[in-house]
Design a protein around this ligand. Structure first.
Ligand code: SF4
Ligand code: SF4
Length: 130
């Protein structure tokens, strides 16, 4: 479950707003997104993968309190760890060279997120798109 956005790290790029397939975020007036629909979070980690500033923490628990608080996760270097460990910035760890090309999934994942966002928008508008 999305647990926190660290405002001091956020650059306001809105990448997380676009990447989230279930439209959890709203663009904030100061550039920092708002967690507007927490109940729609799927714990998919897409926002954490796409955040270039390591400003998001998604706790692995889908329900209930996180085992690690956002502050603890930040102190332990866990924030953004998923992105780095998967080589999303093309810096996969040497012991896992097979992850070096993982970033190439980016456009495909983004396309899926955009399709999902359109479907959510259509549902809210009570219209039907295939
Ligand atoms: S974990 Fe997935 S569903 Fe939850 S806010 Fe991030 S992108 Fe959206
Ligand atoms: S992707 Fe990261 S830096 Fe960009 S708006 Fe979201 S939290 Fe801020």
């Amino acid at each position: 479950m999305i647990a926190q956005i660290f405002e001091e790290r956020c650059t306001g790029c809105q990448a997380c707003v676009v990447a989230c397939p279930t439209h959890v975020f709203d663009a904030g007036t100061d550039g920092v997104p708002l967690i507007a629909r927490l109940d729609q979070c799927q714990t998919c980690f897409m926002c954490e993968l796409y955040c270039p500033a390591d400003a998001l923490y998604v706790a692995p628990e889908q329900e209930g309190a996180p085992s690690l608080s956002a502050v603890e996760a930040l102190a332990m270097g866990q924030v953004g760890r998923l992105r780095h460990d998967y080589g999303w910035d093309r810096d996969a760890p040497p012991e896992a060279p097979h992850l070096q090309d993982f970033w190439q999934l980016g456009p495909l994942l983004r396309e899926g997120a955009e399709i999902a966002a359109r479907r959510y928008a259509a549902r809210w508008a009570d219209t039907d798109i295939a």
